[in-house]
Design a protein around this ligand. Sequence first.
Ligand code: GTS
Length: 229
Amino acid sequence: MQISDSHTSTADLTIFDWATGPYPARVRIALAELNMRSRVNFVSVDLWKGEHKRPEFLARNYSGTLPVLQIPDGTFIGECTAITEYLDALDGLPTLTGSTPRDKGVIHMMSKRAELELLDAVSVYFHHATPGLGPDVELYQNSEWGLRQRDKALRGMHYFDAVLGTQAFVAGESFSMADITLIGGMIFANLVKLPVPDECHALSAWYDRMQQRPSVQNRVSMSELSFAV
Ligand code: GTS
């Protein structure tokens, strides 16, 4: 594991992640949107070497996935949604996860839907129907399942295209965690060369807008890019 240059003396949070990964991107975007990046030390866990499946990492996150947040009392929080909810709640003025019961419910629902219908489906496609992280890490693959999930992801793109044809953001009229989750799905789809269907104009236009956001553009520092692939 390697400490990145995000280490600062004011940092009181630690995030174990892989800088260029689509799921880690979700938390990095949330941190930037919340202007909290300086509070975090990043520790790089090398997915391609399978470091996330070793006992010392599994002790931090039973699921063996990145990212994981360690908070000042020592607690580890896994799952991008849970990490984002924690970060967003810290100052008592949540901006990404909703401030009313209605908004919280809708944002949670749409974020979960972006995971189920796109991001997680693309991830299963990557791990099962492509070489994934390589034979040393991918100990079980089921290509038929992977290809079904690729088709599910394409259906998901059509669903979100319809949603974004009627509203500016995934959960309504303002940017939220649900947009971040869908951005993660689009990043992963791009990595595995799963193009957005030509007819999904609203989804493509929304993603063009999302890519203009500084939080999305600057999620990985130049020094991190030099060792992460
Ligand atoms: N449900 C988890 C979350 O939302 O945090 C999924 C996390 C996840 O799958 N993370 C990826 C991972 O650990 C990181 S990355 O692929 O986006 O870089 N994958 C490795 C594996 O073996 O599943």
